[in-house]
Design a protein around this ligand. Structure first.
Ligand code: TRH
Length: 385
C-alpha cells in the first residue's frame, strides 16, 4: 500500500504525570505504522517530557517524522481531523477539533487505562453519545480477557525476547552498552527496580542481605532515588553509579530507551515494575515480577492490585497464590511481615519464573491491543457508511 493510500489516524496524548501515558502512545503509534500500515499523527502536549521516551524528538519542532510517525505539537484551531481519532486516557480533545470531527464523521475512540477489574469487560467498546457535538465517542479498555481490548504487544516481541535470551553475544553487548561489569552480574541474582516512592525497599534489601547468594540490583532512573539514599546510606560507594554492601551490588542506571528497558526486564531474574506500561512489559518478559500500582485515594490502587492478582493467579497452585499475594502486599502496603514474605518469595523464584512464563504464553495467545483497536475502528467506520 502506498503512503498516500494508507488510512490516517490521529492519536492525542496529554502527559499528566510520569511516563506511562507517552510510553503507551509512542508504542501504539509505531505499531500501527509498522504492522497495520496506518499513517499516524501523534499530538503531544509536552514535547519536552516526551523527548525522554522519544530521544530523537526536538522539543521545539511542531512536526517531526520519527520512526514513521508524524509527531506533532498540540493542534492549532485550523487542524483538520483524521478519519480515526484516538483520544488517550480521556485527555480532552480541543473543542474546535471535535466540531470538525462531526463534519467529517470521524471515528472517535477513547483509549482507557489498563485495569484487571471485572467491570472493564462490560464497559469495553460501549458508545457514549456526545450531545453537544452530535457525535459518538467509544470506550476502548485494554485488559487481560477476550471481553476487553487486550494488551499492547508487538508482533515479533516474544521471538526477539527468546533470541536475546538464547544469545550470549547479544547479552554481553547489552551489559557493555549499560557499562555494567559482567563479572558482578554473572553469578548473582539480577533484579530490576522501577517503583514509586511508597515501595517498601528496606525489607527487600534486608531480605537480599539474608541470602547466601549475591544479588545485583538495577535501579532505573526514577523518582524514588532521593527516598532511597537513606536506605543506602551505609553502602560503600564503588564509583558514581555503583554501591555495595555485603552480598549486594547496586547499579543506578540512567533512563534507558524503551528497547533497552525491555532487555533489562528480559535479562533479570526478578523485576519490580509500576504504573501501566512497565507492568505489561514485565508480563512479556516471562520473568517473576512484582507490580506496584499508581497510588490512588481510598486504597483504590490496592483493589486494582487485588483484581490483577485474582486474574493472574487463577491458574496457580495455592502455594504460588500465597507467595505472590504476600509479596505484593509486602511491597505496596505497610506490613510487619514484609521481610519474611519477600524472603519466601525469593526462595521460590525458580517456581515463580516458570509460572510467569506460562502466564506470558497465556496472554500472548490473545489478540493484541493494536490489532483489536484497528478492527474496532474499521467496524465503526463501516457503520457510518
Ligand atoms: O511512569 P509511570 O509511573 O506511568 C504511570 C502509569 O502510566 C499510570 O497508569 C498513570 O496513571 C501515571 O503514569 C500517570 O510507569 P509506566 O506506566 O510503567 O511508564 C513508564 C514508561 O517509561 C514505560 O513506557 C517504560 C519506560 N521506561 C523507559 O523507557 N526507560 C526506563 O529506564 C524506565 C525505567 C522506563
Amino acid at each position: 500500500m502506498s503512503q498516500s493510500d494508507r488510512p490516517c489516524w490521529d492519536i492525542f496524548c496529554k502527559i499528566v504525570d510520569n511516563y506511562g501515558d507517552i510510553g503507551i502512545c509512542w508504542r501504539l503509534s509505531q505499531q500501527l505504522v509498522n504492522e497495520h500500515h496506518v499513517n499516524v499523527r501523534l499530538f503531544i502536549d509536552h514535547l519536552n517530557v516526551a523527548s525522554k521516551i522519544i530521544p530523537l524528538l526536538n522539543a521545539n519542532g511542531p512536526l517531526q517524522y520519527i520512526h514513521g510517525v508524524a509527531v506533532c505539537a498540540w493542534p492549532t484551531a485550523d487542524t483538520l481531523p483524521a478519519k480515526v481519532v484516538i483520544e488517550t486516557f480521556s485527555c480532552q480533545l480541543p473543542e474546535s477539533y471535535v466540531a470538525r470531527m462531526t463534519e467529517l464523521q470521524s471515528v472517535w475512540i477513547n483509549l482507557e487505562y489498563l485495569s484487571a477489574e471485572i467491570w472493564v469487560g462490560d464497559f469495553h467498546a460501549k458508545p457514549s453519545p456526545q450531545a453537544k457535538f452530535n457525535i459518538t465517542r467509544h470506550f476502548f479498555f485494554p485488559g487481560f480477557t477476550e471481553k476487553t481490548g487486550g494488551l499492547i504487544r508487538e508482533k515479533n516481541l516474544m521471538s526477539k525476547r527468546d533470541e536475546f535470551l538464547n544469545s550470549a553475544s547479544q547479552q554481553t553487548k547489552f551489559w557493555q552498552e549499560l557499562a555494567v561489569d559482567q563479572l558482578i552480574v554473572k553469578n548473582s541474582l539480577k533484579i530490576s527496580l522501577f517503583c514509586y516512592p511508597q515501595a517498601n525497599v528496606l525489607p527487600l534489601v534486608s531480605a537480599l542481605i539474608s541470602q547466601q547468594q549475591n544479588s545485583t540490583l538495577f535501579i532505573t532512573f526514577n523518582d524514588t532515588i532521593t527516598t532511597l539514599s537513606d536506605i543506602f546510606a551505609d553502602f560503600k560507594q564503588i564509583n558514581a553509579n555503583t554501591l555495595t554492601k555485603e552480598n549486594i551490588t547496586i547499579f543506578f542506571l540512567p533512563f534507558l530507551s524503551q528497547a533497552h528497558y525491555d532487555r533489562l526486564l528480559w535479562a533479570c531474574d526478578l523485576n519490580f515494575v509500576r504504573g501501566e506500561d512497565s507492568w505489561i512489559r514485565a508480563i512479556w518478559a516471562s520473568k517473576a515480577f512484582i507490580w506496584q500500582p499508581y497510588l490512588q485515594t481510598e486504597a483504590t490502587h490496592i483493589k486494582k492490585m487485588q483484581a490483577f492478582l485474582d486474574l493472574y493467579l487463577s491458574h496457580a497452585t495455592k502455594e504460588i497464590q500465597t507467595l505472590l499475594t504476600n509479596a505484593y502486599l509486602a511491597w505496596s502496603t505497610p506490613q510487619a511481615n514484609a521481610e519474611v514474605n519477600l524472603i519466601d518469595f525469593i526462595h521460590a523464584l525458580p517456581k515463580l519464573n516458570s509460572y510467569a512464563a506460562q502466564q506470558a504464553d497465556r496472554f500472548a495467545g490473545q489478540t493484541d491491543l493494536a490489532s483489536n483497536l484497528h478492527s474496532f475502528s474499521e467496524k465503526l467506520a463501516k457503520n457510518k457508511v
